[in-house]
Design a protein around this ligand. Structure first.
Ligand code: F6P
Length: 192
């Protein structure tokens, strides 16, 4: 059976400071995840040679760096574009753009950041990725929280409108195996 592996990038410097978006490097802990990932993948996929898809942002490339596989980076896997709010913390967004902050909470799926994207936009830009995934085998995707939520929801057959609220932890490798009766999920957490 064909499986798909998914992971968020390791913890970044922006994750530590609570800033969204940006193109930060991995934190020291995030680098430990990058070091741990080859073993985690071996535990989950055995000797199967995978192909790794990353975004074009530094933190996903740095996370995939020690994987002994072919790598491909896709702009379509970049994190949801938070427009004018890029590099701000949620507290700063609430202070600078209170009405927007509330609109996002009211309808997170459809809310589009000023000069940026909504989850709905991300789902649309992921269509080519999903199509390519459907006809590929043994792909490991290292991407970002919002993007991972959308891909995960697609393969789990969930309503996309729920995906913005889904919990996707850092430092966890998710294996999804589509079956006739539904997708089987297996999660491995890195011990770091
Ligand atoms: O904080 C990490 C991050 O990937 C941000 O870059 C991004 O804006 C955010 O998560 C997406 O999560 P949410 O839609 O819950 O704000």
């Amino acid at each position: 059976p064909r499986s798909i592996w998914l992971s968020r990038h390791g913890e970044s410097e922006f994750n530590l400071s609570g800033q969204i978006g940006g193109d930060a490097d991995l934190s020291p802990r995030g680098q430990l995840y990058a070091r741990a990932l080859p073993d985690l993948v071996r535990k989950s996929a055995g000797d199967l040679p995978l192909t790794v898809w990353t975004s074009t942002l530094k933190r996903t490339g740095q996370t995939a760096r020690f994987l002994p596989f072919e790598k491909l980076s896709w702009k379509a896997l970049d994190e949801l574009d938070s427009g004018v709010c890029d590099s701000l913390t949620y507290a700063e967004i609430e202070q600078k753009y209170p009405a927007d902050f509330k609109s996002r909470d009211d309808d997170k799926y459809n809310y589009r950041y000023l000069g940026g994207e909504s989850y709905r936009d991300v789902v649309i830009r992921l269509e080519p990725i999903i199509m390519e995934l459907e006809r590929s085998e043994n792909i490991l995707i290292v991407t970002h929280q919002a993007v991972l939520r959308c891909i995960y929801a697609y393969f789990m057959g969930m309503n996309q409108e729920q995906s913005p609220w889904m919990e996707v932890p850092l430092h966890c490798l998710i294996k999804l195996t589509p079956r006739a009766y539904g997708t089987v999920e297996d999660r491995l957490h890195a011990n770091i």
